[in-house]
Design a protein around this ligand. Sequence first.
Ligand code: ZN
Length: 355
Amino acid sequence: MTTRNRSRSSALAAAAVFLVASLTATGAFAHGPDPVASGGAFGQNQVLRFRWRAGSEPSTALKTAIKAAAAGVNASRASKAATFTYDAAGSSPIGYGAGATCGVNGLACYTRTVPDGFTMWFREQGHVFDWGTMKWCESYDAPPNGCYLAENIALDEFGHVEGLGHHVNYASGSDYEDAVVQTYSRTKPSAGWDNDVFGRCDVARLQMLYDVTFASSKFSTCLDMSTVLTISASPTQIVVGSSTTLVATLKVVDSDAYGRLGGNSVSGRTVTLQRRAVGATTWILVGTMPAGSASGTYVLAQTPGGNTEYRAVFATPSGDGINGDSSPAVRVSVTGCTAGATSALMASSILAPCA
Ligand SMILES: [Zn+2]
């Protein structure tokens, strides 16, 4: 739900302390992905169809705002989260007005039932709360300060329906705009009042609940996941002059803490190959490893002239919620030939594998 921001009241201070304490007790962490709402997740890419509740249809302005928020979900989910579509025959009703079942200070509220659907309610323009009168910005040609953007509030509610809990902000509130799913939504003109797409910490939880769309999809920068990079050589023993193929595999560490992202193959990143002679300490850059055919693999063939160790390196990227890693070293042994091995001028074409 969404309630009014009474930031200057002592009531908020008490409520905020309680909120932080309760979330800490359940393992949520400050400034991470939004907490999880109870009730589980919908299916990946499930289409949730909503209709206007008969007898309680929103105003024209609110209908437009709610549809815009649904489009905002679909445009900014960056995951396989459920999508929202208006459908006059949809099973999930959205109502408006005096029938709202929200708490006394609720501007809007929701229920969710996985996998069937949801309900949602919005207070009517002009509703009188104990703190003042409800003003939806969309109800005005020139929205006054102090109005709530219904599109922003609807996005908070849609986020809850997806399974998001309210973002846990820093005490300073400096990260407020990392999420629109907020306990206290802001009014015009406070920063964040008109955000109309999910913030990165909303997206982070959606990705954990529903997975990213592709192995090459970037992870929300609200995430800070570890990766594991491995490398193999095939074959590991070659005759001088022949080649071996190095295959690096990049994955998100398979941790339950990462939800559906744990163990994911990670494609489309920059992985480089390094080499050193066996016994040497300094690594030498070979180059970038092109993408392999299998998801999360990076492949490069080499023709070492002597015993060589290789390792793959994934440097921590910017704009991506994963950290870098270096693979262990793999050793490639290079041997001479059988007949003709004593010739200093032998060409690779006359070599054969050693018996
Ligand atoms: Zn809310």
